[in-house]
Structures are given as C-alpha cells and as structure tokens.
Design a protein around this ligand. Structure first.
Ligand code: TUI
Length: 312
C-alpha cells in the first residue's frame, strides 16, 4: 500500500521536517499541493510551535503533521502539545521517540519516526510506529551512516510496516528507484528548499541552485552529531574547531545559530546551509505544487522507459 492512502493525501510524499525552515505556512503550502506538509519543531519553542500549528490549521483543510526533533530541549512539552492540538501525524528525528509512543498511539496519532538503522526500525515497529522513514546519509541536516540504497531494502526486509525512503530523492528517477527498493513513499527536503513558498532567504535558495554534486560536506562526524551542509567558510571553521576538540554543546549551539543566520539573513559564508547531496540536481526555483507534480509525472515517464529497457 502506498502511504498516501494511510495519510489521506493525493501523493505518497512527505515534506522533510527541516528545523528553522518548515513553518506552519510552508507546511500548509505542501499539504495544499497534495502531499503531507510538516511543521518542523526543531529550533522552535513550544509556544512558537503552537502558533505555527494554528497558522497551518487556518491555511489548509488538508492533512498535515508535526516533526519533533528529539534533541529539542522542549520536546517533552511538545509531545503533549501535539496531542492537545489534535495533530493527526507526527514524525520524529534525531533520536529515539520510544518514550512518547504509548501516549501518541492512545491519542490516535499516526507516528512515523525517522530511523537510520534496521535495529531502531524494528524497535519502533514493536513500540507501535505506523511506518518508518528510512533516511540515508545523502540527506541534508542531521544524518546517519548508511546510504538510502543500502538501508531501505534492509529495513523493508526487517519490518512489516510501510517504509518511506528519504535522502537522495529529488527526481522522478529517484522516486522510481525508491519504489524499486520497496518503499511505499518518499520524504523530500532539499528539492522543496528551492521553492517559491519556502521561507528561507533567497541567497540560501540560490546556493542550492548553484551547488554541484560535490558541494556538500558533513560537519560533526567527530563530535557525534553529523550534519550535512553546503561547503562554505562556516563548514571549514566547524570542522577545524571539531578537530581541536570543541565540546558537543558548543558545536551544536554553533550549528543551530548558524542555521538561523543562513535562513533569515542569507549569510551564505558564516551561515549553515543544510542541504542533501541532491542539491546538485536542483536547477531552478519553482512553486511547491510544480515540484511535486513534476516528480510524479517524471516517475511515470521513467517507469515506461524502464519497462521498455528491461523488456529488451
Ligand atoms: O533529524 C534529522 N535531520 C535534522 S535535525 C536538524 S536540527 C539539528 N541541528 C544541529 C544539530 C543537530 C540537529 C537538522 N536536520 N533527520 C532525521 C534523522 N534522524 N537523521 C538521523 C536520525 C536519527 C539518529 C539517531 C534518528 C534516531 C537516532 O537514534 C539514536 C538512538 O538513540 O537510538
């Protein structure tokens, strides 16, 4: 079953949780385009999350969800807020959400955690997850070790719940490949950053459009919180500080602060421009609806080409 039936949306596509970027307004534009929009609570306070939920409710009558970043200091409060606000879908990232699962399931919430391994996927299936989002290291932002290509089929084999592929998906070919690996749908972030509706600074969008295949790098490999961003002065500085033995707290504060600089001020040199390896494929800024429609249209065309190729 494709996950659009589970989520009651037109397309089996979920927008990435993108901390400090995915506002209620942005999530509503993704939901209005027929996919599942998500409010990214990473970087928000509980009060700001509540405001974004209200805004999203005003702007769409379509299903939307909330992404809770497990490293957010207010995550306990937010876990309750999603219940109180009647949120229908919760995705999680950057940690293990096991302790919240019982309360969310009792509230009838569809829970779809992001997992970087088979072990966590199996554990969360046992805790009641409705689907898992399997994110490869090609993705932008905080990442695991394994690639989408290697990890998705291993999780598909290990669990009975639907698997949503994430990381490295920005074209119809990659969407088709995700289905071929056994995924029931996809999550995308980077290709939606370069949308007209995305609330990041123009400079951030242009940096994505300009990026080539090798233009992302990973900070935090040593300190234990790997984050994929576009290479710039900040990335070099971070990796230098890391090699000098800076503490994880110092580095995390530095990253989140720098993300705001990039998103709000368009500072492409000392800001942290989180983006996936597919940034190299994103060539223009388009409306969200066009990005999503193009992905699925291209997937259909590629499917026909593949059938012909394999039939030869
Ligand atoms: O969470 C993301 N991507 C993010 S979160 C974020 S905000 C941030 N900024 C600076 C430092 C840290 C975070 C920016 N991008 N993607 C989902 C994701 N989840 N990727 C990897 C994981 C993950 C990692 C470990 C999920 C679970 C996990 O569990 C470990 C455990 O406790 O078992």
């Amino acid at each position: 079953m494709k996950i659009n039936e589970l989520l009651k949306v037109k397309y089996p596509l979920i927008q990435g949780g993108m901390a400090n970027i995915a506002t209620g307004e942005f999530a509503a534009s993704v939901s209005n385009a027929g996919a599942l929009g998500l409010i990214g609570a990473g970087g928000m306070t509980t009060e700001i999350l509540k405001e974004n939920i209200e805004k999203c409710k005003q702007l769409t009558d379509q299903p939307f969800g909330v992404n809770l970043m497990m490293m957010n200091p207010y995550v306990d409060e937010m876990a309750q807020l999603v219940i109180d606000e009647g949120i229908k879908v919760v995705t999680t990232g950057a940690g293990n959400p096991s302790k919240y699962m019982k309360a969310w399931k009792e509230a009838g919430i569809l829970v779809m955690p992001v997992v970087p391994s088979v072990a966590l996927a199996k554990r969360l299936e046992r805790s009641g997850a409705d689907a898992v989002i399997v994110e490869g290291t090609e993705a932008g932002g905080h990442i695991g070790e394994l690639t989408t290509m290697a990890l998705v089929p291993q999780v598909v084999e290990a669990v009975s719940i639907p698997v949503i592929a994430a990381g490295g998906i920005a074209s119809g070919k990659q969407l088709l490949a995700a289905y071929a690996l056994g995924a029931s749908g996809v999550q995308v972030g980077t290709c939606l950053l370069a949308s007209e509706e995305c609330p990041v600074h123009e400079n951030y969008k242009n940096a994505i459009v300009k990026a080539k295949d090798t233009d992302t790098t990973v900070t935090g490999r040593i300190s234990g919180t790997p984050v994929r961003i576009i290479k710039n002065r900040m990335a070099k500085e971070y990796i230098k500080r890391e090699k000098e033995g800076a503490s994880m707290e110092e580095l995390e504060t530095y990253t989140l602060g720098s993300l705001r600089k990039a998103v709000l001020e368009g500072d492409t040199q000392s800001g942290s421009l989180m983006a996936g390896q597919v940034a190299g494929m994103v060539k223009e800024i388009k409306p969200v609806k066009t990005i999503i429609e193009d992905l699925f249209h291209e997937c259909d065309m590629e499917k026909e080409k593949l059938i012909n190729f394999l039939g030869e």
